[in-house]
Ligand binder design. Structure first.
Ligand SMILES: Nc1ncnc2c1ncn2[C@@H]1O[C@H](COP(=O)(O)OP(=O)(O)O)[C@@H](O)[C@H]1O
Ligand SMILES: [Mg+2]
Length: 272
């Protein structure tokens, strides 16, 4: 669905942010982007949204080169939605209901369909009781859910989430992961940056590891998150399940990495 060919970008003040990035992300894939602070994750996302234009290289969406005129960018933003790290950057109406309805009305949906979609999405994110509240007075986790609702309501093919789990309590984080699963079931492409390697391990199908504006590695979780040296060189630790499995593996009969605590528990039980 998305293809980046040899893309480089520096900010107007000269700071290099992306350096010869090559990347393909297929439709319907659950993709986690990992990398320490300043690695270029947010810059990559703003580029995917067409908010910054590559200085070098090409960006293709469904085999068509992305164009940067107003009409083409509007079309791009209907296909790809983003949830920024800080919800305050995206909240600007006076009620949760309006916040979710705003984008839809802008896309020109008829009033009855707007209402139906807003109500559906508010239900999905457990926001019905908050719908008349002003978004700026909500808690961080609630704000985050409102922003996610506003994007989901517009039904884009791909959704980009910049560190969606940071700052959330375990219950809200779990709710967000459940929503990711639901979106995945609907065939959406999900691109999520995170510092949470355990989440990436149990959730993602594709891992993109970034370092100093470059793609350090790109592949399946089993290829990347199990590579101790690679993870260390990107200042990341290994997922707990990977670490544990590597330690007890000599005593186990099965040869595959567990992706959940349940799977690990089964491996151990079978070996006892
Ligand atoms: N608006 C900006 N202007 C100038 N430099 C920026 C801007 N945003 C990010 N940078 C720089 O670009 C590099 C990549 O940053 P960023 O994409 O935010 O990384 P990450 O999201 O992985 O923490 C860093 O060196 C950062 O300081
Ligand atoms: Mg960032």
């Amino acid at each position: 669905m998305l293809k980046l060919n040899n893309i480089s970008y520096s900010y107007p003040n000269g700071t290099p942010a992306l350096c010869e990035v090559n990347l393909t992300i297929g439709q319907g894939v659950k993709c986690a982007v990992l990398g320490s602070n300043g690695a270029g994750k947010s810059s990559l996302f703003t580029l995917l949204l067409g908010l910054i234009k590559p200085l070098k290289g090409e960006y293709h969406l469904d085999d068509q080169p992305v164009e940067y005129n107003k009409r083409a960018l509007l079309a791009l933003r209907r296909r790809i939605g983003i949830v920024f790290q800080d919800p305050d950057h995206q909240l600007f109406t006076s009620s949760v209901y309006e916040e979710v309805a705003f984008g839809l009305s802008n896309l020109g949906y008829p009033v009855t369909e707007v209402r139906q979609r807003v109500e559906e999405t508010l239900r999905l994110l457990h926001l019905e009781e908050l719908q008349q509240r002003p978004p700026h007075l909500l808690s961080f986790g609630q704000k985050k859910r409102v922003v996610i609702a506003a994007i989901i309501a517009m039904n884009p093919d791909a959704m980009v989430f910049d560190e969606p789990l940071s700052g959330l309590d375990p219950e809200s984080a779990q709710m967000v992961t459940r929503i990711f699963e639901e979106l995945h079931q609907q065939g959406k492409t999900l691109i999520v940056s995170t510092h949470n390697v355990d989440f990436a391990w149990s959730w993602a199908q594709q891992i993109i590891l970034m370092k100093a504006g470059q793609i350090e590695a790109n592949g399946r979780p089993e290829e990347i998150l199990t590579n101790t040296e690679l993870m260390k060189s990107c200042k990341l630790r290994q997922p707990v399940l990977v670490d544990l499995y590597q330690r007890i593996q000599p005593q186990l009969s099965s040869g595959h990495y567990p992706r959940s605590v349940d799977e690990l528990s089964q491996l151990i039980t079978a070996a006892l």
